[in-house]
Write a protein that binds this ligand. Structure first.
Ligand SMILES: [Fe+2]
Length: 438
């Protein structure tokens, strides 16, 4: 039976509705071709009006979503044109109370959709929709003393990490929460005849490669799949010298900078060379609280990041602070910080707001914010300083945690050899979601 489109909304009688609410937690309150209002139950009436186009678009039937590929078989625009209800929607008893809707499409075809109560509840609020996709509400911004308190849980064993899911899941969640963790007890690759030096053929045999591949795959960059950090005579990167390396993030001049960086300390017996880490999100939050105008400027003024050397010219403009407009703090409603971009050694001349006739107020606020940010992350109380032991790999969120290295000297005969690689933030967040799926 085809439901005749009626501009007037159909409303179910209150007496009938009350009896249905008592009888089960899902009931239909009203409907027309543009919306279906349902009561999602619990103790009190909880009315939610879903757009019919949303419902049709979200249909999970085998005709709409391929069972094997899980890909959608239609476009939003396709189903949105003149979408109508073919019959009155009903609630049916299945494994859970289910809203059943028959649709009439612009081409005259009819399709059917079912929406279980749990799915309807999931889409009934922004908080529920974001659950299981973004985990920013679990992030804990840290200063030095905060991180030191967490050190026990942020250190895991290499073999436990590689075997089974328990330890790796813990690492994935720690990386979301704090943006850093340490994997200890790594087999010394110099004792393995197959890993005496990095070659194209033995990439997969190095411990750092095995650690990275638990997230999925390694993000290759112009440094290679894996890269050595060692002193080089004619270094093209200051990482490969013994000088102090200020706090920074890697590859901000890429369109998609790496989400995670892994650094395996194969040798670290030189004098000095401690690593410094700082939580840029805490610094950003500090500025948001103390100087909102500067915070706003840090989101708006693009910083030039480039690598113009060695016959390569990488270039990208991005602001210091990037918020995610789609993910808001449930308590405050503030957009949450998505990433920070800070890498003074790879900064180029500014392109915008650099003349006094081009919004000097904004640029002044931006500079005030940059000074406040640097003061904050360079304050010892906000830094975790550590001489990372040999056979340990640090993994950190390159879009959040700043890293630095103090000057070191091999004059006393020590050696320093790190091997590193990157992992896309997408791979990391995919693991975060699948490990925390309900
Ligand atoms: Fe770096």
């Amino acid at each position: 039976m085809i439901f005749k489109p009626n501009t007037a909304q159909k409303v179910i009688s209150t007496t009938f509705l009350k009896s249905r609410i008592l009888a089960r937690p899902l009931s239909i309150v009203s409907f027309d071709n543009s919306q279906i209002t349902v009561d999602l139950g619990h103790e009190r009436p909880n009315h939610v009006s879903f757009q019919t186009i949303f419902l049709r678009d979200a249909c999970g039937s085998p005709e709409s979503i391929d069972i094997s590929s899980r890909q959608k078989s239609f476009s939003t625009a396709q189903i949105a044109r003149n979408l109508q209800l073919a019959e009155d929607p009903i609630v049916v008893d299945s494994s859970e109370p289910t809203l059943h809707v028959a649709w009439k499409h612009n081409d005259g075809s009819v399709s059917e959709s079912d929406y279980g109560l749990s799915e309807l509840r999931k889409y009934s609020s922004m908080k529920n929709r974001m659950a299981g996709k973004f985990f920013r509400d679990q992030q804990k911004f840290w200063n030095k003393s905060d991180l030191i308190k967490e050190m026990k849980s942020l250190n895991v064993d290499y073999h436990a990490y590689l075997s089974g899911d328990e330890t790796f899941k813990k690492v994935v969640n720690s990386l979301n929460k704090f943006g850093i963790c340490f994997v200890n007890g790594i087999d010394d690759p110099t004792r393995n005849p197959q890993t005496q030096a990095l070659t194209d053929a033995n990439t997969g045999l190095w411990p750092v490669s095995k650690l990275a591949k638990r997230f999925g795959y390694i993000k290759e960059t112009f440094y290679g799949t894996l890269f050595n950090v060692k002193i080089e005579a004619d270094a093209k990167n200051i990482a490969n010298t013994d000088v102090f390396l200020p706090l920074h993030m890697d590859l901000c001049y890429y369109e998609s900078p790496p989400g995670l960086q892994l650094l395996h300390f194969i040798q670290n017996s030189t004098t000095g060379g401690e690593n410094v880490f700082a939580d840029s999100f805490l610094a950003a939050q500090h500025i948001r609280d103390s100087d909102p105008e500067a915070y706003d400027a840090l989101k708006r003024v693009p910083i030039t990041f480039h690598y113009d050397n060695n016959n390569e010219y990488y270039y990208y403009l991005r602001p210091l602070i990037v918020e995610d407009p789609y993910v808001r703090c449930p308590e405050t409603g503030n957009a949450q910080i998505k990433e920070v971009n800070y890498s003074p050694p790879f900064q180029g001349p500014f392109e915008y707001h650099v003349t006094r006739d081009d919004d000097p107020v904004l640029f002044d606020a931006f500079i005030r914010g940059m000074i406040a940010f640097e003061e904050y992350v360079n304050n010892a109380a906000n830094q975790y300083v550590v001489k990372i032991p040999e056979n340990t790999c640090v993994i950190f969120d390159n879009r959040r945690v700043l890293h630095s290295r103090l000057h070191f000297s091999a004059a006393d005969g020590g050696d320093r050899w790190l091997m590193g690689c990157y992992v896309d933030g997408d791979s990391f967040r995919s693991k975060l979601r699948t490990y925390n799926r309900d």
